[in-house]
Design a protein around this ligand. Structure first.
Ligand code: DGI
Ligand code: FE
Ligand code: FE
Length: 198
């Protein structure tokens, strides 16, 4: 992937996303690039995966379901539900392949699993999952709830540059606590990922 290609991807994302979501996208990309540098992963791949990870976020539910039908992507009932926070990860990966021309399976998987994680994640998958959580714009942590201590986020940010697996486990554990406290439905994959890394 050349620099010019990345510029093209960025421009396309800027056109397709809300301004705030685009900001988030860039923050995830640069955070992921730094994590890649520290942990010996390909920086360019991290940038591309970061820029694209939420590329399906602005699509309507109907369009996302149609995309999955068209490309024969299987969805669990929870993924397919309206307002599912998980659907855009699956459809993002389809769009990245079909519309943004990404062929690298590791990048596509990093997009697919950026919300729930999965067992045996690649280094790139972990980096995108973590960068999405710690990017500098995450101040009002959706996942932390109101009593959200910013010190906790600071702690997780430091951890991310030392140990990816430990960071992953901490984020998964906080996310499960948060979802449970809100009474949200937990996707089996979120729990499976947690059990695996525990
Ligand atoms: O797309 P983003 O907002 O940048 O971040 P994301 O794709 O990681 O989505 C984050 C949301 O997904 C966050 O509010 C937590 C939620 N989430 C993650 N796993 C589960 C989940 N929500 C439910 N209901 N169940 C899950 O298992
Ligand atoms: Fe997302
Ligand atoms: Fe995101």
């Amino acid at each position: 992937m050349k620099t010019a290609d990345l510029t093209k991807l960025r421009k396309k994302m800027e056109k397709n996303l809300e301004p705030n979501r685009y900001e988030h996208t860039l923050s995830v990309a640069y955070t992921a690039a730094n994590l890649a540098a520290v942990h010996g992963e390909d920086v360019q791949k991290a940038l591309v995966a970061g820029v694209l990870h939420d590329c399906a976020k602005s699509l309507s539910h109907k369009k996302q379901i149609a995309l999955c039908d068209k490309y024969h992507v299987h969805l669990s009932p929870m993924e397919a539900a309206e307002n599912s926070p998980l659907l855009h990860a699956k459809t993002g990966s389809i769009l990245a392949r079909e519309e943004y021309g990404i062929e690298d399976e590791d990048i596509l998987n990093a997009i697919s699993y950026h919300t729930t994680g999965r067992p045996q994640m690649s280094v790139l998958e972990k980096i995108i999952y973590i960068a999405d959580y710690i990017e500098p714009g995450r101040r009002h942590m959706k996942r932390f709830g109101d009593g959200a201590p910013m010190e906790r986020l600071a702690q997780i940010r430091q951890m991310a540059y030392r140990d990816l697996d430990e960071t992953l486990l901490n984020i998964l554990s906080d996310t499960l606590d948060y979802l449970q406290s809100k009474g949200s439905k937990i996707d089996p994959m979120t729990r499976t990922t947690y059990e695996y890394y525990k």
